[in-house]
Design a protein around this ligand. Sequence first.
Ligand code: NAP
Length: 423
Amino acid sequence: MENRKSGLIGHPLGHSISPVIHSYLGKRLGINTDYTLMDTEETDLDKRMVFLKENDVCGVNVTIPYKTDVIKYLSDRDEAVEKIGACNSIVIRPGSMTGYNTDHSGLKRALDDYGIDLKDKRVAILGAGGASKAVRYLCEKEHAREILQFNRTVREGVLPLKDAPVLAADGGFDVVFQSTSVGMYPKADDCIIDDPLFYGNCRKGFDLVYNPFETSFMKRLKEAGGEAHNGLRMLLYQGVEAFKLFNDVDDIDPSTEKDCYLNMLIAMNRVLVLCGMMGCGKSTTGRRLCNGADRIFIDTDDYIVKKTGMSINDIFATQGEAVFRQMEHEALSEIKSAVDDDKEHEYVISLGGGMCTENNIPIIRSMGATAYLRQDAVTLAKRLEGSDDRPLLKDNDNLKTIRALLEKREDLYMEAADEIVDY
Ligand code: NAP
């Protein structure tokens, strides 16, 4: 099969999640991709661009510090590159190099996932580097009412960072974008603004940084009662768009994108815990994520069945739910120490539907990333029709029982989870 070469140019590159996106999508779509990190010193950029043309590379992503520098090598560019003045994806074909900006479209899709609408909103952008330009372009395109941009180094159209708390107090910000590199691993304790006055006047925040998963900026905003998200979905969607462009793929279905996202969570955290109601697809998804990968899948129900030699139905019937919940707690503690001891492997752990309790949540949250696979009651009831291995679905009205359980459990799933994924 043809080997489609692509990669990432920038300097310094360090650790990157982009290869995870491209290799996963390639594997899933049956395209033989070879995505490599091409760390390129500033003095070698010319040589690198020649190398790309001469070596059958089908496309590259571009990161710090070259998003503007690469524009001069392009034979063509999309409107966003023209307007933003930055290019993060280049499609290379014989005789042509076409530049795209998938940062702004990736950000738009991430905001859509989180239900953040910019229309008529008062928006603050912290930072004035390459990424901030894509943020500003999107805010303008989406008709934000007012856009105030702040930066450490003041330049035209940009206010001093120290003025942000006062301007936040004067009218509040509906949405704040943290687009500086402050707070990135390994300097995770650094935060772009310390003043609590600022956070108390911001409703929703989006940090373009995604490592650590919860940045200091996000923590402060949440502590002040706001809603905060990181930039990992933006990275996913800009990568999906770049993959489509590089490999001439028209469409990637949403469930492939979601699996790709869960793979990114595993790559970043080593351990991925899946929680949610019975029938939401935790075990199926977990098995799919581990299939063909050097990863270990653990289903807590299977673990308990194996340990006790009894089915879940039998445990409920002979010992009752309280004993089963204690068994789940013990199983979780045992699995946690096994996973902590084996740093060599990646793990996906599917939790029983009732395992997100106040007692278990601290253990769950200490294991790695947790995703809540959210599903509505009607779909769950349909999926569970006729199943005879669910002791909590004893009466005939599955939908009523599932609705009641979901109502009782949903806040706990949210508390346990770092991310909600709607399959
Ligand atoms: P950049 O062009 O190098 O700009 C860096 C920005 O951070 C500038 O505004 C700079 O301010 C500010 N800054 C750096 N250190 C600072 C400090 N100690 N105090 C205050 N401000 C500081 O980088 P970029 O391309 O805009 O990227 C910014 C961040 O966005 C990076 O962390 C990058 O990984 C992330 N990003 C994420 C995605 C995604 O898909 N999630 C996409 C693109 C970028 P000065 O002008 O004063 O130096």
